[in-house]
Design a protein around this ligand. Sequence first.
Ligand code: G4P
Length: 189
Amino acid sequence: MKLLKDKILKEGSALNRHILKVDGFINHQVDVELMYEIGKDFAGHFKNYQITKVVTIESSGIAPALMTAKELQVPMIILKKQPSKVLNTHLYQTIVKSFTKGTSYELTLSKKFISSNDRVLIIDDFMANGEAARGAVKLLKMAGASIAGIGILIEKSFQEGRQKLEEENIEIYSLARIKKLDQNVIEFF
Ligand code: G4P
């Protein structure tokens, strides 16, 4: 998506070979118009996929997921992150390890909101190693839902997230695929 790539080049910054800073328009301050255009793009791509719900992971996925759900006219569900394991029979739960942040959290989904009748589109801001997306897929499969695909704003293609998800036969549609990052270097495919 040219709009997003241009924004990244203009306002994003590569801190090092691994981290792209985009807190001026995605992670901290949110560019609402950009999110609206992103929502329209995702909705256009997935419009014939019979999506019944859009699912995201708190917190930075919420804005683009909301816009996408609005365009597709379906509900949006936020998967919650909990710091510790609290067993709860009303929830589906799985542990996600974040390599970027060096932390683990428990991803949770209430059994009330997803069923085997659902066909779900997952939306998130970044894909790095794909652990968050794989956690989301696991929870949705526990609920018996089918996964229509994953929409990602920024894919760091030099990490192995796409490969892992494609091995599970899940389509990934990314708006900006980064080939290389380094201090002051941002290269797209
Ligand atoms: P993975 O799910 O693909 O394996 O990614 P990973 O665990 O490594 O990423 C953990 C967190 O770090 C996620 O945010 C993700 O969005 C963020 N992240 C990964 N790479 C980058 C990057 O290059 N730049 C920025 N700005 N963030 C990155 P999170 O913990 O879920 O936080 P939130 O922002 O959604 O609240």
